[in-house]
Design a protein around this ligand. Structure first.
Ligand SMILES: Nc1ncnc2c1ncn2[C@@H]1O[C@H](COP(=O)(O)OP(=O)(O)OP(=O)(O)O)[C@@H](O)[C@H]1O
Length: 220
């Protein structure tokens, strides 16, 4: 579903941050993306999302060459991708429940059809009591869990999560990992960028994509 061929990226006239990346992400796979701070994990996520253009090389997303896609086509492909960014990107005027339900509303679904599902997911991520709170009164960890629930609620074909357990304690991190693994088992390809070795040890069968020295090393 994602294929990179000799992809390179530099920001402006700066140095090449990523060099000669060739790899693919197949359907229904689970991978951790790791590497030192500043190695380019977030940058790689943006390349997959087509929110950054590579300086060199070819990116294919869901079988389509990224260079051939116009804005509408990119928007349509992004609907198949759930994203958890480090800055959460919750809408301030919507409650936790409304933020999580938003992608379903956008799909034109009736609230009666999805309400129970949203509530169940919120309870699973430990936000059952915070459903009616606005983002500004949530803690960092609560916002992060709301962002995760919003990405998961549509059961995307591909989930990209940037440090999704960065703001929670280890037991909650394990619980969230179980949620990602369940999503994977139900058919989603999952990419989790993380520094957390303890988290990765809990799912040793996962592929590892390791960024270092501007290159990507894949351990299947
Ligand atoms: N918009 C930008 N303009 C210029 N340089 C950037 C930009 N965004 C990131 N960089 C640089 O690109 C490199 C990779 O950054 P990136 O955020 O992708 O790394 P990361 O592996 O996600 O880091 P972390 O683990 O600390 O989140 C860094 O050197 C960073 O300073």
């Amino acid at each position: 579903m994602v294929r990179f061929e000799n992809v390179g990226l530099r920001y402006g006239m700066g140095p090449e941050i990523l060099k000669d990346l060739t790899f693919s992400i197949e359907p229904q796979t689970f991978q951790f993306l790791t590497g030192p701070s500043g190695a380019g994990k977030t940058t790689l996520m943006h390349l997959i999302l087509l929110s950054l253009k590579p300086t060199r090389g070819l990116i294919t997303l869901f079988g389509q060459d990224a260079t051939t896609l116009d804005k509408n086509a990119i928007t349509a492909l992004r609907r198949k991708i759930g994203v958890v960014f480090q800055d959460f990107r919750l809408l301030d005027h919507l409650t936790t429940y409304e933020n999580v339900a938003l992608p379903l509303r956008v799909q034109g679904r009736e609230e009666t059809a999805y309400r129970a599902e949203v509530v169940e997911l919120l309870k699973w991520v430990g936000l059952g009591e915070r459903m009616h709170a606005l983002p500004q009164v949530l803690s960092g960890g609560e916002k992060q869990r709301a962002a995760i629930a919003r990405a998961l609620i549509v059961r995307p074909e591909l989930l990209l999560a940037d440090e999704p357990t960065g703001n929670v304690d280890p037991p909650l991190a394990r619980r969230l990992l179980r949620l990602f693994v369940e999503l994977h088992k139900s058919g989603t390809s999952v990419v989790i960028a993380t520094h957390d070795l303890g988290l990765m040890e809990q799912f040793e069968d996962a592929r590892r994509l390791v960024l270092g020295d501007r290159r990507l090393h894949v351990y299947d």
